[in-house]
Structure formats: structure tokens, C-alpha cells
Design a protein around this ligand. Structure first.
Ligand SMILES: [Zn+2]
Ligand SMILES: [Zn+2]
Ligand SMILES: [Zn+2]
Length: 163
């Protein structure tokens, strides 16, 4: 049985597909969302988003910096860090703490607490939203009188392609 069925989660990281559509969709959404919110999707921010969208792998800031450099962008680390901060702050990307790396959000149109399934072999990351506050963890928290505010789930394992 696959861990992630297409019914419960957009397992975009695990099925092979053409990423051009991921990039188009993600950039179009971010452009529109930034316009609506009066935010600036600068060329560097957009390029970093495209880099993240072109793979569903967690990518470290230094790799992103290398890619920016190849594209002729200003090669100072703050350029990459500021762009990543922006993308994470507004929900276009997430930081995977465990890997100290970043992935593009696969569902920026909806508010969600993401959970990540991380393949330890190929480092592909699939994002899912488990609604943990409704599941067993939520029940345990409620029973303990605990109010959950933030919940970051990073699960490491082996993806269907590497099994
Ligand atoms: Zn893709
Ligand atoms: Zn997300
Ligand atoms: Zn894998």
C-alpha cells in the first residue's frame, strides 16, 4: 500500500511528471497573490521560487545561491537568504528544519500546517496536510488541556521510487 494516495495528498514529489507545469502554476499563483497583497515578487524572488518549483527536493540555501549565480544574479548570500525568507514568510515555500533546506509549497492557495514525507535516499519531499489537530495527536493534546498552535511534521523514510 502506498503511504500517500493521490486522494489524500498531492504527492507531487513522488510521481514522475513534467515540472514545467509546476513552475508555471506556482509562479502564476505567486505573481497574482503578490499583486493582491501589494508585495513585490522581485526577479530574484521569482527565480528562487522557480528553482524550488523545478524540483520537489529540499534545496539548501547555498545550492540556490549557486543557481542564482549561474543565472547572473547578484551572488551575495543575502540575496538568496532574503528571497527565501520572503517565500517562506508568505507561504510560497517551506523550510525543512531537519535538512536545513527549502521546498516550494505544493498548495499555496490554502492555509495549512504542512507535513513532509522526506525520502532519505533521493531527498524528494512530498507535502501533505494531515490535519493533525483532528487526529490522534489532536485528541491527546485536547485531553491534556493543551492548545496546539504550531505543528511541524517531518517524516523520514523511503519513497515509492526508491523502495
Ligand atoms: Zn513538479
Ligand atoms: Zn505548503
Ligand atoms: Zn526516494
Amino acid at each position: 500500500m502506498p503511504i500517500v494516495s493521490s486522494k489524500t495528498a498531492p504527492a507531487t514529489g513522488f510521481d514522475r511528471h513534467n515540472h514545467r507545469r509546476c513552475i508555471q502554476h506556482g509562479v502564476r499563483f505567486a505573481t497574482h497573490a503578490c499583486e493582491q497583497a501589494g508585495l513585490q515578487l522581485t526577479p530574484a524572488r521569482q527565480r528562487v521560487l522557480e528553482i524550488l518549483l523545478s524540483e520537489h527536493r529540499a534545496i539548501g540555501a547555498y545550492d540556490i545561491l549557486d543557481r542564482l549565480r549561474e543565472d547572473g544574479f547578484n551572488s551575495q548570500p543575502p540575496v538568496a537568504y532574503r528571497a527565501l525568507d520572503f517565500l517562506v514568510q508568505y507561504g510560497f515555500a517551506h523550510k525543512i528544519e531537519r535538512l536545513n533546506a527549502f521546498v516550494a509549497c505544493s498548495m499555496p492557495e490554502i492555509q495549512h500546517a504542512p507535513a513532509f514525507l522526506i525520502c532519505r535516499v533521493c531527498s524528494v519531499v512530498a507535502e501533505t496536510h494531515p490535519e493533525l489537530n483532528r487526529g490522534a495527536l489532536g485528541k491527546t493534546a485536547r485531553d491534556a488541556g493543551f492548545v496546539m498552535e504550531q505543528c511541524v511534521v517531518e517524516v523520514e523514510g523511503v519513497c515509492p521510487n526508491c523502495r
